[in-house]
Design a protein around this ligand. Sequence first.
Ligand code: GLN
Length: 505
Amino acid sequence: MNTDITRASAAEIADALGRKEISAVEVTQAHLDRIAAVDGQVHAFLHVDADGALASARDIDERRAAGEELPVMAGVPIAVKDVMATKGIPTTCGSRILEGWVPPYDATLVTRLRAAGMPILGKTNMDEFAMGSSTEHSAYGPTRNPWDLERIPGGSGGGSSAAVAAFEAPWAIGTDTGGSIRQPAAVTGTVGTKPTYGGVSRYGLVALASSLDQAGPCSRTVLDAALLHSVIGGHDPLDSTSINAPAPPVVEAARRGDVKGMRIGVVKELGGEGYQAGVRTRFEESVQLLVDAGAEVVEVSCPSFDYALAAYYLILPSEASSNLAKFDAMRYGLRVLPEGVDDPSAEQVMAATRDAGFGDEVKRRIILGTYALSSGYYDAYYGQAQKVRTLISRDFEAAFAKADVLLSPTAPTTAFKLGEKLDDPMAMYLNDIATIPANLAGVPGMSLPSGLAEEDGLPTGVQILAPATEDARLYGVGAVLEKLLTDRWGGHLLAQAPDLTAKGA
Ligand code: GLN
């Protein structure tokens, strides 16, 4: 194993802990030291809970010393996107409106992390209420891509992916409503999975668009993603949309890894025009590697995917406008009194607070969603978008009749420069063109690093999609592809990322 524990995978750390070669306190402290050394540059974290993380690490060490049988991943620390409610740890969703809010309860997913004995290092930066593809919409300043600090780490979960790529955490929790786990994974050279909708509990996940939101793992290896997926997945009676079945056998699939005789569907509509040349080259190479390993390639067409972005940007704002109505200055966080009003009404306080507490992108979507849901326009916009959603699900059904998994580039480009797309919402929305269909249909998807683009030397990602509840297929194919690509690139891609502690980095 690597002598620097922060470079080890979560699975390797768990093995070392199990063999008592290292203590949970040492592992946690090493990551806290790394955060102290590099997070000034990366800004992956909004809040670091050093005391809490060390206390749970100490607890694990004591229980291990007492001979207690511990969960396999006990003592491996983790970072959590700031959209998950964490008892006693501030939760802001990257928004001013929740500044200072300390949840009185844990999200189910967080309860499971704690039960698995994972020290929580802190909360990661994100676009405000998970709206964005660059983490620049965070009210607390952007996160930077560890590959190039002048570039974005993807979004909305840029903090989680950057933390993992910068070795500040072995792994992290993200959420994916339209691509926010997969797109940041692609542009940071890491792995990310959006599970089947309902596969991971949404209880305590601050809702953006309830019919699309899904939490999942961010990691550096496919096996680590599977190990984390199996900890957080499975039925939760507190979430009425939770699938009433055990978590799928993702760890077995990741360990086995097999593609022989598998039919890999390449989606005609996800590629070609609008995709950077280097992204396309790396994607074609991944397809070829799978063919060489014994898979069969079929081309599939999903014509309704061309309308996915338009449908998503009606459905998401509609649900968001309703979900965000609860931030009314009365229940949580910020309260702003209107200026020059002696005896303000509740409405006036609410308006002043929402004006001051929400950023531009959030306001844009609330206005759009309210409009789309208004009685005169409901059928023309929201109703039509729901019909498109059905057509997209049918496209997936037809495609999965011909192929076991589908493959596409995850994001159309590599990481762009900070500020480049900030004033152009449409350009920003286009980053999720390949990831959004999976959210609309509820099917699972994974992104893994497919190498560096020739023209800019930045990471690219390949996306694997599977039918609903068949999450294990992502890991079976992902493990094989990861091995082939690791051989192709002479080791983990992140070994080629710049050293953030070097002078002048
Ligand atoms: N970038 C997409 C959006 O802005 C996806 C966000 C997400 O998955 N949370 O809505």
